[in-house]
Design a protein around this ligand. Structure first.
Ligand SMILES: Nc1ncnc2c1ncn2[C@@H]1O[C@H](COP(=O)(O)OP(=O)(O)O)[C@@H](O)[C@H]1O
Ligand SMILES: O=P(O)(O)OC[C@H](O)CO
Length: 505
């Protein structure tokens, strides 16, 4: 068998290709950012053709740098930013519209109408999600309603939908020349269109959004030796590589962190934050504002579910300090600036740029910096930004405990922000439990590689994968209980100040 497994990680800010060996060690990678298209306030788009072009380049560059060819890869996995919606013509391969990104809030009226019409509870029960701008269903509907000719083409089965996993799988397997139109249950569970129990598209949910079934991909297990086909010769690989794994990126990180038992979970710190807790084969319905989602489905085994706390703005608040406020010149500088002060100086920043996701689900919220006095400096704002990442994580951790009854003993973390030592120390202080980061920080790509490798026997089972997990760093809580609870009470007060700010109809 070939020595390596490859994984494409198509994220919100960049696309990377990574190559892993049997020990789960990284042996090669390349990464490229793509343009964030911001046509108006609240709208966020990506160009699907640019994403496909970047995907080919990162694959070719990483493979060439290691002198590898298609036959060196036992399998290929895909993982992706979830919810982001592409609709394209399967005859021409051209997208009808830019990809509408998960952070985009243009569908707030569609979401609030669903609630007003009493459909919200059905969506919560069947799909495990509250009606919100975040998910794909409203985005597909927006394209059907606003782009000429798409509805008719969709009814003929010519205009098809996919998240970026499906878009890349279709292109990698031949595109207009017979590309495979497929997704997995972790991605499908983010559309508001899939029934969590049947793991299939649900006619009632489709009718709520008026979406023709013909435009939707087949849903196949996340790790599957048969359904996804192989890469074609004229693509970036110049030969066939079996495509055998597909997972949404946060579920992939959960797999990469080897959270295979109920009660095991992780928190990923990227553009946003996503805390997932494995609940086993049981569908746990949240009463505390979390999502119920599919965690993974491996081959013929029963699907495993998770509770998820999704936070829209965490690492992107650091980008905002850099790009809009310009008080830092790099993300890493946020740590240096925030370290210049001993505490937040009374300042709390709630970065509700896209409203508030879990556990609040308030699209009428907008960002606020509160508690300012003349004493405060840019260093307090930087510190409040890092604290906002940690307080938002505490909000979802509390909801997680309430829903699952599982008390967090230690938080496994990963993602771009976790290189920030101060932020991770603040996380331990604010949560009151240790925070632990693994040696392989690229858990998202690793999880997709694991799903692909399990399907072809490159790894025998999940026990073998557990052997690959090792801790690199642990942060212990330092604050007193009083300091922790006082800070959290202030945070909750600050959150209240952001609510009911915009009229969402
Ligand atoms: N040293 C740092 N301190 C704080 N945030 C950081 C640091 N380095 C990177 N980030 C943030 O991490 C995010 C990128 O993380 P990554 O895991 O690559 O995200 P994604 O998968 O969402 O594209 C960016 O939003 C960036 O601002
Ligand atoms: O691309 P990321 O890492 O920001 O992840 C985005 C999430 O999948 C959105 O649900």
């Amino acid at each position: 068998m070939a020595d390596f497994v490859g994984a494409v990680d198509q994220g919100t800010t960049s696309t990377r290709f990574m190559i892993f060996d049997h020990g789960g060690n990284e042996v090669g990678r390349h990464q490229l950012e793509h343009e964030q298209i911001l046509p108006q306030a609240g709208w966020v788009e990506h160009n699907p053709l640019e994403i496909w072009e970047r995907t080919q380049t990162v694959i070719q560059t990483a493979m060439n740098a290691r002198g590898l060819t298609a036959s060196d890869l036992a399998a290929l996995g895909i993982t992706n930013q979830r919810e982001t919606t592409v609709v394209w013509n399967r005859r021409t391969g051209r997208p009808y519209y830019n990809a509408i990104v998960w952070q985009d809030t243009r569908t707030d009226r569609i979401a609030s109408a669903l609630e007003r019409e009493g459909k919200g509870d059905v969506i919560r029960r069947k799909a495990g999600l509250p009606p919100a701008t975040y998910f794909s269903g409203g985005k597909i509907r927006w394209i059907l309603e606003n782009v000429d000719g798409v509805r008719e083409a969709a009814e003929r089965g010519e205009a098809v939908f996919g998240n970026t996993d499906t878009w890349l799988l279709w292109n990698l397997t031949g595109g207009v020349e017979g590309g495979v139109h497929v997704t997995d249950p972790t991605n499908a569970s983010r559309t508001m269109l899939m029934n969590l129990e049947t793991l299939d598209w649900d006619d009632e949910l489709l009718s709520f959004f008026d979406i023709p079934r013909a435009m939707l991909p087949r849903i196949r297990p996340s790790s599957d030796p048969r359904s996804y086909g192989s890469t074609v010769q004229h693509g970036p690989f110049t030969g066939p590589v079996p495509l055998t794994g597909d997972l949404g990126d946060q579920q992939a990180a959960t797999v990469g962190q080897v959270c295979f038992a109920p009660g095991e979970g992780k928190n990923t710190y990227g553009t946003g934050n996503f805390m997932l807790l494995n609940t086993g084969t049981e569908i746990v319905r949240s009463k505390a504002g979390l999502l119920t989602t599919v965690c993974y489905q491996f081959g013929d085994e029963a699907a495993v579910y998770a509770l998820e706390g999704s936070i829209a703005v965490t690492g992107s608040a650091v980008q905002w300090l850099r790009d809009q406020l310009k008080i830092i010149t790099s993300a890493a500088q946020s740590e240096i600036l925030a370290s210049q002060v001993e505490d937040n100086g009374g300042v709390y920043f709630v970065p509700a740029f896209s409203g508030l996701f879990a556990p609040y689900w308030r699209s009428d919220a907008r960002g606020a910096i509160v508690g300012l006095s003349r004493f405060n400096t840019d260093a307090h704002i930087a510190r409040a930004t890092l604290e906002s990442i940690c307080y938002q994580s505490r909000d979802v951790a509390e909801a997680m405990e309430q829903d699952s009854g599982v008390h967090l003993e230690c938080l496994k973390v990963d993602g771009g922000v976790t290189v920030n030592d101060l932020c991770m120390q603040l996380q331990a202080d604010i949560l009151g439990v240790p925070v632990s980061r693994p040696v392989v920080a690229e858990t998202t790509a690793l999880g997709a590689a694991y799903a692909a490798g399990l399907a072809v026997g490159f790894w025998k089972n999940t026990d073998e994968l557990r052997q690959n997990w090792n801790e690199s760093r642990r942060w212990q809580p330092g604050w007193s209980a009083e300091q922790r609870e006082n800070g959290y009470a202030r945070w909750k007060k600050a959150v209240q100040r952001t609510l009911d700010w915009v009229d969402v109809g």
